[in-house]
Design a protein around this ligand. Structure first.
Ligand SMILES: [Zn+2]
Length: 293
């Protein structure tokens, strides 16, 4: 009996010991599982972060544009021509003309009397299909009643951005990936436009370049497959831009003449005529705006 009692006590002790240990092992297991879950969550979180980073990197030419991708502004980059590299190689080999049939340029790039025309106007018929010039991504789809009308801005893999304005219909959506030649819109006459045309701009880091320096619109092909963009040649119009920024305008009043206005602003009749592209013999009207500087 005595031996049996000892054996029973030993058995109970052993059972208690093992069951406690089993609990401990199970408890540890639970902790490990919880830690594993937390770790997985961290890993997952990190993966998500990486994916977000990847998505950001997926915007075309993100390195050039310092990861700025916004539909809020045409030129959010605040990079002046002076701050650009002296020369940049741009691959134009995959260019597709914005219009299947080129008719003519109705207005060139350059200074207007009161503003700068940052692109070329290409004649079209309302409803003509407009094609993406290069592969890339849709950055802006917007409407400006007094300006571009309906317009689209694309960022391209080659670092350029192109603007298509006065559209009647947009065929793409924001952030959509496009290939060179993807139909993106239909031509129109919306916004500040006096007849159906496509206002077409080529920009680099927000700074417009004269499209005819890159593209032969008559043949619908680039002038060179690899375009060497340089500050001096590609942005030759910088002086004009600066002059326009410092320009001064005057509204003609009763009793004014060109010589009176010239004297008032310390300039000459000839200079005013050149700025306004008018003849010195031209009779000026009250209320007419003249550029005097
Ligand atoms: Zn235009």
């Amino acid at each position: 009996m005595k031996t049996n009692t000892y054996l029973a006590v030993i058995c109970i002790c052993l059972l208690t010991f093992f069951s406690f240990n089993l609990y401990a092992i199970d408890h540890d297991k639970h902790n490990v599982a919880a830690e594993f879950q937390a770790d997985t969550a961290n890993v997952y979180h990190t993966l998500l972060m990486d994916e977000t980073d990847d998505l950001m990197e997926n915007h075309p030419a993100d390195d050039i544009y310092n990861r700025i991708w916004t539909s809020a502004k045409l030129n959010p980059y605040q990079t002046s021509i002076d701050d650009l590299n002296d020369s940049i190689q741009i691959d134009l080999s995959s260019y597709t003309a914005p219009l299947a049939k080129f008719v003519r340029i109705t207005s060139h790039f350059g200074t207007r009397r009161f503003r700068f025309h940052y692109g070329v106007d290409l004649k079209l018929q309302v409803g003509d299909t407009i094609y993406a010039s290069f592969s890339g991504k849709v950055r802006i789809i917007d409407y400006e009643r007094r300006g571009y009308g309906h317009y689209v801005v694309l960022r391209h893999d080659n670092g350029l951005e192109t603007v298509y304005a006065h559209l009647s219909r947009v065929l793409v959506s924001h952030d959509q990936i496009v290939c060179s030649g993807t139909p993106i819109a239909l031509g129109g006459n919306t916004g500040r436009s006096t007849g159906p045309h496509l206002h077409y701009e080529i920009r680099y880091l927000g700074n417009a370049i004269n499209p005819v320096k890159l593209i032969d619109f008559a043949s619908g092909t680039p002038l060179e497959e690899d375009y060497l963009m340089t500050k001096e040649i590609s942005f030759y119009h910088q002086k004009e831009l600066k002059a326009l920024a410092a320009a001064l305008f005057y509204k003609v009043r009763k009793g004014d003449s060109l010589s009176v206005i010239a004297r008032r602003y310390g300039t000459t009749v000839g200079a005013i005529c050149r700025l306004n592209n008018i003849s010195p013999k031209r009779i000026i009207r009250i209320g007419q705006t003249l550029r005097v500087r």
